[in-house]
Design a binder for this molecule. Sequence first.
Ligand code: ADP
Length: 649
Amino acid sequence: MSSTLRPHRPSALSRAGHPVPAERRLRLVLRLSAAVLMLAIFALDTFTTLEGAVAVLYVVAVLLVARTYRRGDIVIAAVGTAALTLVAYVDMHGTAPFGAQTVRAFVSLAAIGIAAVLALQNQSAMRTLSDQAMLLDLSHDMIFVRDVSGRITSWNRTAQEVYGWPPEDAVGRRADELLKTRYPGPREAVESELLDTGRWEGTLEQTTRSGSTLVLDSRWVLQRDRAGRPVAVMETHTDVTERKAAYAALVRSERRYRRMFDASRIGVVEQDWSAVRAELDALDLQDAAAIEAHAAAHPQFIRQARRLARIRDVNPAFAAMLGAVGTAYPASVDDLLGESDRTFGEALAAFARGDAFHEGESEIIGADGRRVPVLFAITFPSPEDGDANVLVFVIDNTERRQAQDALFTAQTELAHAARVSTLGELTASIAHEVNQPLMAVVTNGEAGMRWLRRETPDLPEVESAIARIISEGRRAAEIVHRIRAFLAKVPVQRQRMEVASVVEEAARLVQHELARERVKLRVDIAAHLPAVDGDRVQLQQVLVNLMVNAGQAMASQPAPRMVTLTAAPASDGQVAIRVHDTGPGIAAEHLARLFDPFFTTRPQGMGMGLAISRTIAEAHGGRLHVESEPGHGAAFTLLLPTARPDATT
Ligand code: ADP
């Protein structure tokens, strides 16, 4: 165990378990010396007349060999010396009758036997001691023994490795001086506790040979002699420097978090979702679909889960948001949310899925029953950290909501003002827009009459003419309705729609009119066009207008007359709907004024169609523009933004 023990150790082992060379040499010397001694004694015994008394000296050889602490050596020496004693006896006395010499020989043999037994016992005791000493050396703790005056008497291997002094430098020095020990309290108090109770435990600081400071958990045990006088103190020191440093860092981090928690202007709620997890596990609900199905079958389930999400703490900002009185705060999430809340179910699904983060918008109920609109973000701890520390960050959204409402109101009013300012445009447009379906009604009515007046009335044709009359009449009613809505102070009701269906319907509406003027209509719609948000009738109005204009522009020119209607994706995520004709095109001097209200080159024209079309395009966040090279037709392009994925339909 110690430097004081080490010279006596029967088999000092290196760390690998092999005898060190010095040890082996010493053993060899001892064996040789014993052998030489035995031979010398044998010679003395045989060739002198000392008569057997010499054989007692064999005990010295046995004791010498015993210093090797080898069982085998001791046994060989004992047997060998006994044999030599007997050989010398037989040699000298042969078979002579027993006498005094026989007694002396027995005494010698007995002495050899006793010495051998004692040596073997000693060897065994030393072995036990050595094993214990080795155990101390194997300890990860620094262990040393000091006398009552504080001088070190033994020093284990870990002490050597950690403190840095080998045993020969440490033994004999005062422990407190060598290690510059600093105690948590007065040194005398430590000493008196040790003397009173026989032990002392505490944390202290020591300095190593290289000058670094160690924080140590220290345990002292006092050893007393038979008379009860203190003789030695065994000190065991465990290096807890890193543990203490880690703990200190944890404390600092915790304090920092506390400061943030208390001072943050964002509301923070600490929640414990362990019981929620237990409930989900018990019901085997591991994903959103399972939770949804279970909640549908058990309407009280979400409510119960809300009650299981316990609130552990809230910060002052959150308490202020609630208008909470004093330090009281709600016990569970259920106390925070209203009956109609839908956000907890989504958070629960995120939790079951193992998401680390979930955010959303909700309303919480204040202490006085007031509803507070909030934005929240939940952080779920990682699985190894358990579910006891769910943090929810909450921002009061009242002001933003109010600002949003104000903005929306302002927008509606602005739109109304804009509409009123275009009232002149619109008044004129009623006549213009309604005129088209009315004309179609008249034309189809006349056609129907003709089919009816035939000798054999062609009823299927009459029927389809009437069907067209009905559809045109409906269109006229729809246009009137839209114009009234356009004038009313209501936000535009938008609808999500497929571009292809809008374009196809518009083409169907004009195909008869174009056919009558012998204009060919080609429709080319790209596959997988994104959807758009808007007013279906208004957009169709724009397309019908453009196609009718194209037909009218080509009326006076020879065939081929062709209108091509295409819809394809455009840059910036827009959709381009293009109406291209093979008419005369637009004169350069007209291009700039084309979209002005009341600009027309036709004798019966009103010059409102393009003005209204552009207004509609812009109201949809899009654009309407024209390209034309005189003699090569005109191409009108309506650009519409595609529907935003988050926008409501
Ligand atoms: P209107 O059709 O009542 O004249 P619009 O605003 O629809 O009113 O059209 C304005 C003018 O734009 C038309 O009078 C015509 O001169 C010109 N225009 C419109 N479309 C075409 C076209 N496809 N080709 C040539 N000119 C066109």
